[in-house]
Design a protein around this ligand. Structure first.
Ligand SMILES: Cc1cc2nc3c(=O)[nH]c(=O)nc-3n(C[C@H](O)[C@H](O)[C@H](O)COP(=O)(O)O)c2cc1C
Length: 181
């Protein structure tokens, strides 16, 4: 039997990002899968560039990775109460590619942030952004992890048993949705 294809999109660029760690934990909780991760170092969306040069190859590659996946996870920080610009920029570009790669795609979103809400405002803004993409968004359980600096131990494990359990339930749900397709 072929493995499910799982695609992770980290909303932060930095290597030591806690949201990258969350994607790693989510991948583990999801279970056996072919896993790949997005690189959001894309050009800034510029309508003039689009007219003159079309969709950049890096954007089309990202769109193709999303289209090929059986399930997608977005793990995003909260920057000033919203998702980071790199994630918004990527979604803006993706919306300009042909083929609607997110349409009906099983998708789970989650966040780690320093603040007490764990990035919940970022997730709500992201939900709104995603409406026009019409993914098969898994609605819950919600996973918003506060106190980013203490959320993971040295081995990259979530330190909170409650968060581990929520992640497991969310990934079980995502896997079930992806397996039904
Ligand atoms: C520009 C910027 C804005 C931030 N704004 C918020 C915020 O609104 N709410 C919050 O909880 N944390 C905020 N933080 C702190 C982030 O939650 C924290 O740096 C987190 O670790 C970022 O995610 P990462 O570890 O994946 O890079 C902000 C950090 C930066 C750099």
């Amino acid at each position: 039997m072929t493995q499910l294809k799982l695609f992770g999109i980290p909303g932060a660029l930095r290597q030591n990002s806690t949201n990258r760690k969350l994607l790693a934990a989510a991948r583990h909780a999801f279970g056996p899968a072919d896993y790949a991760e997005a690189d959001l170092r894309l050009p800034l969306y510029d309508g003039d560039d689009e007219v003159h040069s079309g969709v950049p190859a890096a954007v089309q590659h990202l769109a193709d990775q999303i289209a090929a996946a059986d399930a997608v996870i977005i793990a995003t920080p909260e920057y000033n109460r919203a998702p980071p610009g790199v994630l918004k920029n990527a979604l803006d570009w993706i919306s300009r590619t042909p083929g609607r790669p997110f349409r009906d795609k099983p998708l789970a979103i989650m966040s780690v942030a320093d603040g007490p809400g764990g990035g919940d405002r970022s997730q709500y803004a992201l939900r709104l952004m995603l409406v026009s993409f019409r993914p098969a968004l898994v609605n819950g359980p919600e996973l918003a992890i506060p106190s980013a600096s203490t959320a993971f131990d040295a081995e990259g494990q979530l330190t909170s048993e409650r968060h581990r359990a929520t992640l497991a339930e969310l990934m079980e749900t995502l896997r079930a949705v992806a397996s039904r397709r």
